[in-house]
Design a protein around this ligand. Structure first.
Ligand code: FE2
Length: 266
């Protein structure tokens, strides 16, 4: 089966990155596990969205390879911060091509997979992208976000946290948050990476991702797992934050009650 073969190629590739350094191995393991769960999320969403088996397989291939650039990025730069190294999506695409990882798929399917990977970490999907191509980009971005919420939330719950941890992107865990991040959340806009100054800004950025979810089942999964509730619990208790989050919950409520399938305007 093709998917099994592609998975084998992926995991064989990842295995080469383990060394005798525990910190490095943890970083590799983090992304390896993340990939497995994004594949699972993709399956879950594919089932709920009733797409064909071939399409579900393609979506899973996208999930499998979407972060393959992370391993080389970490080896070269010891960070997952694109701004301090290079774009991990572009790095991944170059690795996929170098190793012919997608061999076995049709030419147009390879293009579709590479395009979805290229834009999985973009601030937004370009307006000109339509139809099938847009659908897969949306699916991958939602599946990815669901797992980032999980990993980051678990990081927040850990007793011993350090800003050196690769999950926190090295942001300092102070009580402050930026006004621009708060304003973005209030205005139903996604917080920009460059706006982040503290760990609280990163929490607000992740809250603002609700506005970038593309499918109602993604939003339902996010609510079921309590991802937004957990981010809220770890933000400072101020009236501003309460008001911002009240808007977020209102938005979620309106999207979920509006029906099943794609989020209008997404
Ligand atoms: Fe990812």
């Amino acid at each position: 089966m093709l998917l099994g073969k592609l998975k084998q190629r992926f995991f064989d590739y990842v295995d080469q990155f383990y060394s005798d350094n525990d910190t490095d191995n943890q970083a590799i393991q983090l992304k390896r596990d993340h990939t497995r769960r994004v594949c699972r999320n993709t399956r879950m969403l594919s089932n709920k969205l009733n797409i064909s088996e071939r399409e579900a397989m393609l979506a899973e291939v996208m999930a499998l390879f979407h972060d393959i650039g992370r391993f080389k990025q970490y080896r070269i730069y010891q960070t997952f911060k694109d701004a301090d190294s290079e774009n991990h999506a572009a790095l991944g695409i170059s690795e996929i091509k170098t190793h012919s990882f997608l061999e076995g798929l049709a030419e147009d399917e390879i293009d579709l997979v590479l395009r979805a990977i290229e834009f999985h970490n973009a601030l937004k999907i370009p307006d000109g992208v339509k139809g099938r191509e847009r659908f897969f980009m949306q699916l991958l971005r939602d599946a990815d976000k669901l797992d980032i919420w999980k990993v980051f939330g678990e990081y927040l719950e850990k007793q011993t946290r350090s800003s050196a941890d690769s999950v926190s992107l090295g942001l300092s865990d102070k009580s402050e948050y930026s006004d621009s991040a708060l304003q973005a959340v209030c205005k139903r806009k996604t917080v920009q990476m460059q706006e982040m100054k503290t760990l609280n800004d990163f929490k607000l950025l992740q809250v603002s991702w609700v506005y970038d979810l593309n499918f109602v089942p993604s939003m339902e999964a996010m609510m079921d797992k309590g991802y937004i509730d957990r981010l809220y619990a770890f933000l400072p208790q101020t009236r501003q934050i309460d008001e911002a989050l009240a808007r977020v919950y209102q938005y979620i409520e309106s999207v979920i009650s509006s029906g099943y399938g794609a989020v209008a305007g997404a």
